[in-house]
Structures are given as C-alpha cells and as structure tokens.
Design a protein around this ligand. Structure first.
Ligand SMILES: Nc1ncnc2c1ncn2[C@@H]1O[C@H](COP(=O)(O)OP(=O)(O)OP(=O)(O)O)[C@@H](O)[C@H]1O
Length: 355
C-alpha cells in the first residue's frame, strides 16, 4: 500500500493570487479520496502538481516515501508511476481499445501485453471489446477504457479528473460504481477531483474539502456530512439548516427546540451555530411542536420533497426534507421537530468564506 503525502503545497500563477496556500493532504494507501471544492478553489492545480505537469512554488509530494516533488526535486510525469483518467476519457482516437490500454505497457513482450490487456478489459467489464475503436463506444464505456489504460501499468497512484462529468446522470451512477469496484479490486490508491457533492459522498472512502487553496476537512463521507468542520463545509457538502443555539450540558436551546449535541467536539459549549440537515427535521401538526411556522415553498424531487418553512422567531426560513410526497402546501401552518444530534460551531463564519 502506498500513501500519498502532500505537505505545505503552495502555488500562484505568475503574479496572480495564491491558488494553493500551504495545502496538506494525506491519502492512505488503497483509499479513494475525493477532492471536493467549488470552482476555482485549486483542485485541477493540485492534480497537475501531483502528476508533475506543473511545479509548485513550495511544499512536497511523496508516494510511499518516494519524493516526487519537493525542494530541489521534480520528477518528470513519466517517472512518477501515476495513472491518469482525464475528464472525457481522452482515448487515442486512431487506436483500438486494446492498443489504447496497452499504450503504457512498456517492457512487456507481446504475449504478456495481450494478457494484461485482457485482464484489464475483464476488470472494467468490457471483455471482448479490444478490437473496437473509441468512437464505437458509449461515453461510459470510454471512461471505463480510460480507467483500464490508467491501471494497466500498475501505477502507484491513479488520478481521476472529474471523470464522470461528460456522462448523463442515468449513466453516471453505474459507471461510478464500476470505477469504484475496479479501483478496489486492484487496491489502487486514487485521488478523484470533483465539484459534485453527491459524487464525492457516494463514491469515495475519504472526502477532502478544499477551500481557498487549503483542505478545510478530510474525513470519511459520513464524518464530513454529519460532523462538518465548520459552517462553510456544512453548507457546501449537502443542504444545511443553521440556527443559533446556546449549549448547556450537551443540549443546545434553539428556536427549533432543544437539540442534542454531538458530545466530543470542544466547541460544543456556549453560544454558536447549530448545524442540522433538512432530513433531521420532522413536520408535525401545528400546536403539537415546540417550533411552529408557515410553509412558504414545496419542491418535489420524486423520492423526497423539500419543504421551506418560515419558523416563528427565526429570521431565516428552514428547509425540511420529507420522504415521498409532501403532505403540505404553501401557506399552511405546521409544527417542526428536530431528531438526532448536531454540531455546534462558534460564530461568525471565517473571513473570506463563501458558500
Ligand atoms: N494557467 C493558469 N494561469 C493563470 N491562472 C490560472 C491558470 N490555471 C488556473 N488558474 C487560476 O487558478 C485558480 C484555480 O484554478 P483550478 O483550475 O485549479 O481550479 P478548480 O478548483 O479545478 O476549478 P474548476 O472546478 O472550475 O475546474 C482559478 O482562479 C484559475 O483561474
């Protein structure tokens, strides 16, 4: 297993603003880590520095203890043992699928190359497709070939740059699952750049949320979602409901009623912002709940619906996610109850943070 360790990575383009600002990130061997962040936060820059296409101004990149980039060190991309899956597959259009996959297989004789290509085609579920040309494949199949090509030379690390961007949503789910299974089967250490929260949460073992050129939080998808490092992360990763609260003995008093606090967080004392998810709120009859309000909007998504409620005593409306059909309509009076626990964060939101 090969850990990827990134320390103090700093990069500015020319005299422009700093894009990476002392970024630290450790990707454990064998894990798929999603680098998630808003447009322009430096995700592609990070990937290009890891791959060796770009030099950092400061900091280091090591894989399994081998320094790829650092003070006085810059290994060229071809010596880094890194496989890359670009955004739209970017297969060589004049080579068939087998030759695309075999492209990086230097130092093997003909029979060994053929065997490795066959293994890779099996791995990505495309056995028998070796003679097809790229234009004879669907977008999802092209992405799977791109993954097979990246994995064929047994790289120490695989970088995936928004790999599902070009696929329509119906295809995405299946291709994501296939890619994840193929990475798992080879035990590859992988870093996937994405700006899609659902993709990061559902596909990766770890999610590194990048803001302003630094990692704001790196943890499991569950941890990032349920115990976000700060209000910005909470609002960026999924939908968030934020209400002021005052904590005492593990419970915060809020306009939505008492909310049990996730206990081990040091900030879980005093006054602050309580972070909840819309699915933690339940609608009930007006009058039966501590918090009451007026429904202002209902959005139906098929599997669930989002109900916006102007709660009495709160300046901002809150969103409530309800399964299936929403049994309410705009203008109706409704009660709200909180379920589960929440984190409490000191206010205000850090300077410069934007959601
Ligand atoms: N070659 C370049 N020269 C100058 N500025 C650049 C260059 N490449 C990127 N930038 C700037 O650096 C910042 C980070 O860009 P980067 O492409 O790394 O962000 P990103 O997080 O990948 O964004 P997106 O999600 O939109 O692809 C942006 O402000 C961008 O305009």
């Amino acid at each position: 297993m090969t850990d990827l360790k990134i320390k103090g990575l700093t990069k500015a383009y020319g005299a422009g603003a700093t894009v990476l600002d002392g970024l630290d990130l450790t990707v454990p061997g064998g894990a798929l880590t999603a680098v998630l962040g808003p447009s322009g936060c430096g995700k592609t820059t990070l990937l290009r520095i890891i791959a060796g296409f770009l030099r950092a101004d400061a900091g280091s990149v090591t894989i399994g203890g081998r320094t790829l980039a650092g003070p006085g060190v810059h290994l060229p991309p071809e010596r880094r043992r890194i496989g890359i899956v670009p955004q739209e597959g970017a297969l060589f259009p004049h080579l068939d699928v087998g030759r695309n996959i075999a492209f990086g297989l230097t130092g093997l004789d003909g029979a060994a190359r053929k065997a490795r290509v066959g293994e890779m085609l099996d791995l990505v579920g495309l056995a028998g497709y070796g003679d097809r040309m790229p234009h004879e494949l669907s977008g999802g199949q092209q992405q799977r070939v791109a993954l097979a090509r990246a994995l064929a030379p047994r790289p120490q690390l695989v970088l995936l740059d928004e790999p599902f961007n070009a696929l329509d949503s119906a295809l995405r789910t299946g291709v994501r699952a296939d890619v994840r299974a193929a990475l798992r089967a080879t035990g590859a250490t992988a870093v996937m750049v994405t700006h899609d929260q659902q993709e990061a949460l559902s596909t990766a073992d770890l999610v590194a949320v990048v803001r302003d050129g630094r990692v704001a939080q790196c943890a499991s998808p569950q941890e990032v979602y349920h115990r976000p490092a700060d209000p910005w992360v909470a609002a960026f990763v999924g939908d968030a409901v934020m209400v002021s609260g005052t904590a005492e003995q593990g419970t915060a008093a809020t306009a939505l009623g008492p909310v049990k606090l996730t206990d081990s967080r040091p900030a879980g004392r005093g006054a602050g912002l309580v972070l909840l998810r819309p699915e933690q709120l339940r609608l009930s009859d007006a009058g039966s709940a501590v918090a009451q309000g007026t429904v202002t909007d209902v959005r139906f998504y098929g599997h669930d619906a989002m109900v916006t409620v102007a709660v009495d005593g709160l300046d901002e409306p809150v969103d409530v996610r309800v399964p299936g059909r929403a049994p309410v309509a705009p203008g109706g009076r409704i009660g709200i109850q909180v379920t589960g626990d929440a984190t409490l964060h000191p206010v205000p939101v850090p300077d410069g943070a934007q959601v």
